[in-house]
Ligand binder design. Structure first.
Ligand SMILES: C[S@@+](CC[C@H](N)C(=O)[O-])C[C@H]1O[C@@H](n2cnc3c(N)ncnc32)[C@H](O)[C@@H]1O
Length: 348
C-alpha cells in the first residue's frame, strides 16, 4: 500500500523509501510499484495492429500550437526572425526556471500580491499577478502534484522488459536528461551519452538536476530493485549539434523526448534518420511526443510565455506512429503515458 507523505524535506531518497511518494517544494518523488507489477500509467494502447494499412487521410495531421512567447515576439521586433537554435536557448532558460521554483512559497507570495493590488485598485498589476498565480497553480498541478512532465511510472512502463545488458544509450536533444537517467537505472552498467547543442542544458538543466532525486531501477548484481542517483551513473554530456555527431552505429538505445514534434513535415524523415544512424543492429529507438488532448492545448496556451519559442505540434499516437513507420521503423510498442505518446521501435 502506498504511503503519501507531504512536503518532506530530505536530502537523499533511498530503498528505505520504497512504496512511498512525497512532495518536495519543486517536484514529486515517486517510489511506488517497486516490483513493476502495476505500471498502469502506461496503457499499451494497441490502437493499431497493422501500421502499413493506416493512412494520413484516416488520422489527419497534428495540431500546430500557434501562440508565441512574448520574449520571442519582443526579440523579433528588434532583430528579425529568431533562429531555431536561439529559440531553443530562450526556451531552455525559461523552462528551467520553473523546475527550480519553491512552488508553495511562490504561490502564496503571488496570492498575497494579488490581494494587495486588488485592495489598492491597481488593475494593471492585478492582471499581471493573476496571470502569474494561474501559471504557478497550473505548473504546481501538472508537474509537482500530477508528475506529468517527468512521469516516472509511465516512463518505466514504456521502458520495461527490453532485451538489454549494460546498454550504451544516446539521448538526442537531451535537455536535463531525465529519461536517459531513468533508462540507465533500469538497465545499469552501460553508458549514457546526452547530446544538446544548447550549453545551458549541460551546465544548468542537467548540471543542476537534483542529485538526491531517486530513479527506481535494478541492482545488477542481485537483480533486486535499487534506487539510483544522477551522480552514480556513467553519463557524458556533449554540447553538439545532432547533425555533427561523430558516432557510427554503436548505441543500443537511441532516445528522444519531445523532439519530433518540433519539425514540420518536410523534416520529419530526417529526424527519423538521426535515430537510425547511430543504432546498433538489434537496438531500440525510444521516442515520446506530447499528446494531443484538450488539457495540453490549454497548458500551452496558459504557459505560452514560458514554453512557446519554437515550432510545436501536438499529435496523437496514431499520427506519431505513422511518422515513425514511414520513417522506416517497425513499432514494437505504442501507447500513452500521462502527457506524452510513447513508442519503442526498430529499423525495418
Ligand atoms: C523540447 S526539448 C526536449 C524536451 C525536454 N524533455 C525538456 O524538458 O525540455 C528539445 C531539446 O533539443 C535540443 N535540440 C534541438 N535541436 C537540436 C540539434 N539540432 N542538435 C542538438 N540539440 C538540439 C534543444 O536545445 C532542446 O534542449
Amino acid at each position: 500500500m502506498a504511503v503519501e507523505k507531504l512536503d518532506i524535506e530530505q536530502s537523499y531518497y533511498t530503498e528505505k523509501d520504497f512504496e512511498t511518494t512525497m512532495l518536495t517544494p519543486s517536484y514529486r518523488i515517486d517510489l511506488r510499484n517497486v516490483g513493476n507489477e502495476h505500471l498502469d500509467q502506461f496503457m499499451n494502447a494497441n490502437l493499431v495492429s497493422n501500421w502499413s494499412t493506416l493512412t494520413w487521410k484516416e488520422v489527419g495531421k497534428p495540431y500546430e500550437v500557434k501562440t508565441v512567447a512574448k520574449s520571442k515576439k519582443d526579440y523579433e521586433k528588434e532583430h528579425g526572425e529568431m533562429s531555431v537554435k536561439t529559440s531553443w536557448e530562450y526556451f531552455n532558460r525559461s523552462f528551467h526556471e520553473w523546475f527550480v521554483k519553491d512552488l508553495p512559497e511562490e504561490m502564496s507570495n503571488s496570492k498575497r500580491e494579488l490581494i494587495r493590488y486588488l485592495s489598492r485598485f491597481q488593475f494593471g498589476d492585478v492582471k499581471k499577478a493573476l496571470g502569474e498565480t494561474v501559471r504557478l497553480s497550473l505548473w504546481n498541478y501538472a508537474h509537482r502534484i500530477e508528475d506529468g512532465v517527468w512521469d516516472p511510472r509511465g516512463k518505466r512502463a514504456l521502458f520495461q522488459g527490453l532485451d538489454l545488458k549494460k546498454p550504451r544509450i544516446l539521448f538526442l536533444g537531451a535537455a536535463e536528461g531525465y529519461e536517459a537517467m531513468q533508462l540507465s537505472a533500469m538497465y545499469p552498467g552501460g553508458e549514457v551519452v546526452m547530446v544538446d547543442y544548447d550549453e545551458f542544458c549541460k551546465t544548468n538543466r542537467f548540471g543542476h538536476f537534483p542529485n538526491q532525486y531517486p530513479f527506481l531501477g535494478t541492482n545488477p548484481s542481485s537483480g533486486h530493485p535499487k534506487v539510483w542517483h544522477k551522480n552514480e551513473m556513467n553519463i557524458h554530456y556533449m554540447v553538439e549539434d545532432i547533425r555533427n555527431l561523430p558516432f557510427g552505429k554503436e548505441f543500443d538505445i537511441v532516445l528522444s523526448v519531445g523532439l519530433l514534434e518540433h519539425f514540420p513535415d518536410d523534416y520529419k524523415a530526417q529526424v527519423m534518420d538521426w535515430h537510425r544512424k547511430f543504432l546498433k543492429p538489434g537496438g531500440y529507438v525510444i521516442m515520446t511526443t506530447p499528446r494531443l488532448q484538450l488539457k495540453s492545448r490549454l497548458f500551452y496556451t496558459i504557459m505560452a510565455d514560458v514554453m512557446n519559442h519554437t515550432y510545436r505540434e501536438l499529435m496523437d499516437i496514431r499520427q506519431m506512429g505513422l511518422y515513425v513507420y514511414e520513417g522506416g521503423f517497425d513499432i514494437l510498442r505504442h501507447g500513452y503515458i500521462k502527457v506524452h505518446n510513447g513508442i519503442v521501435a526498430q529499423p525495418r
